[in-house]
Unconditional design. Structure first.
Length: 107
């Protein structure tokens, strides 16, 4: 039964927007989380706070990066690695140039 109650509490009829209740609905979204907007008894859209949207997009991006990393590790073959000295030589970079850069801060 809790899932039915949760669904009812997190559902908003689109007519509430037409009646000028958008501000109240937006406050509820910020306070309690996502709301599903219903139109003609069907889900029309989902309202999320900006923070929740950013959090979800970060999760999606992290999952994509993990999938790429996992695929790369599955195809990893140490025999195909190129020593950094050979990469520098191909790019025409000398050890002196690298040493002259100093500390690099990565954020």
């Amino acid at each position: 039964m809790p899932s039915v109650i949760s669904a009812i509490q997190n559902t908003v009829p689109i007519t509430h927007f037409n009646r000028g209740l958008a501000g109240k609905i937006f406050e509820e979204v910020k306070a309690t989380g996502a709301k599903v907007v219903m139109k003609n008894n069907a889900a029309e859209c989902v309202l999320l706070s900006p923070d929740e949207y950013i959090r979800l997009m970060d999760e999606v991006n992290d999952a994509r990066l993990l999938a790429i990393a996992s695929e790369r590790m599955a195809n990893y073959a140490p025999s195909t690695l190129i020593p950094e000295e050979k990469v520098w030589a191909r790019l025409g970079i000398t050890q002196e140039e690298i040493d002259s850069i100093g500390e690099v801060e990565i954020e």
